[in-house]
Design a protein around this ligand. Sequence first.
Ligand code: SF4
Length: 215
Amino acid sequence: MPLLPYRPELVAALREPSANDPWRVLVSGCLAGWQCGVNGTDYGLGSGGVALFSLPTIRVIPFCPEQHGMGTPRTMPDLHGGDGFDVLAGRARVLDEHGVDLTEAMLAGGRAMLAHARQERAELAILTDASAACGSQVISDGCRLVPVRKHQKGVGVATAMLLEAGIPVVAQRDLKTMAAIRARLDPSFVVPAGLVDHHEHPWTLEHLPARHPRA
Ligand code: SF4
């Protein structure tokens, strides 16, 4: 299953939601306000989705794969040598800022997130970008806690598992696709003009111009 920002027709093709049968949407725990970030906060993200997540036509299913795998607080996991799909293929690893290998814990967290999504019959996932677990558009290339952080286009470990299982994914930074999703959930919502998804953002176009490897 591709990433939703690269296949907008898939948003239009999602079934009609209703209050009696809302969309079942897997959401990164921090986006839903869980204090599950590495530092025990929601990174300030929890209030951002309120308008969308409080609609009667959506059932939010929060989960945090890193918290499941490593607890909170924890050290900072980042991808080395590729993205989440490369981790699944054994070509890349997840290390923290001390060089400790967290790959197995990240795989365990991703598997738990996928199991939860399947149990709850999640139809799509709205996930926090830049995370080594939940990222989908832009992730760190190596440790982010360095003087000059490097980025890459790619997906996190949990995201790779969800995509492989056929669950479509969008990042909270994909403003155009998020607005299209909101319009499906609330037909009275008018999509503002000029919104772009994260790969269309000027920063991304300047720093990471190559096509997303999972698009
Ligand atoms: S692993 Fe995902 S849900 Fe957990 S803190 Fe990181 S981005 Fe949020």
